[in-house]
Design a protein around this ligand. Sequence first.
Ligand code: 13P
Length: 244
Amino acid sequence: MAGNWKMYKTPAETIAFFEKFRPLAGQAAHCEVVICPPFTNLAAAVEAVKGTRIQIGAQNIAWAKEGAFTGEISGPMIRAAGATHAIVGHSERRQYFSETDETVLKRTQAALEFGLAPIVCVGERLEEREAGKTEAVLAGQFEKGIAGLTPQQFAKIVIAYEPVWAIGTGKTATPEIAADAHRAIRGRVREKFGAAAADAVRILYGGSVKPDNTRTLMAQPEIDGVLVGGASLDPVSFASIVNF
Ligand code: 13P
């Protein structure tokens, strides 16, 4: 159960969040809990979750170890801050910051090289869904962004299916729509990496996940977890999602 805070909260607000969240979900043992705050809050978040089962992730990661890449943050820097995960290829990065499947693959490889678990995002836009292209879009993102990993690398990633039309819109995919997309992604995994890899890979659903729709989403065997934006900003909401 992962939370993506996007560009919200200061370090002080991060500490205040965890003071409320820790007693509600800090020892949750039925799942992994990962929160991805902005880079500037990673250290405060890591400090705030000490002694709990909560893990901290970044929202992006550079493909290089270091170098002249103004504005980028590298895997070793994220690791040194104490984080364990990195979101890669979020649709907002693809839409506003020219992220491509090719850079998604490079960032994913960098996360793995530096010991971080990548949460790799895929998902179709509304016009692509309406044109009946959802499966083709997901297949393309998989082929160019994920299929280039080795089987050993693939075993360490988490995939997040986030239909762009469901993000921040209040329009959640129905559990059936989400499960269909997850099945399509898992089908590609099976073709490329085999049945055992397809069974083992965790595919999260993201897009307007709220406390009141988590249970029906999670009732789909295809849905292994959720990646939550807006509702992860509030400790009570996110705790009730984690403890669905
Ligand atoms: P919302 O939950 O705010 O729709 O955001 C989803 C998302 O983009 C998570 O990465």
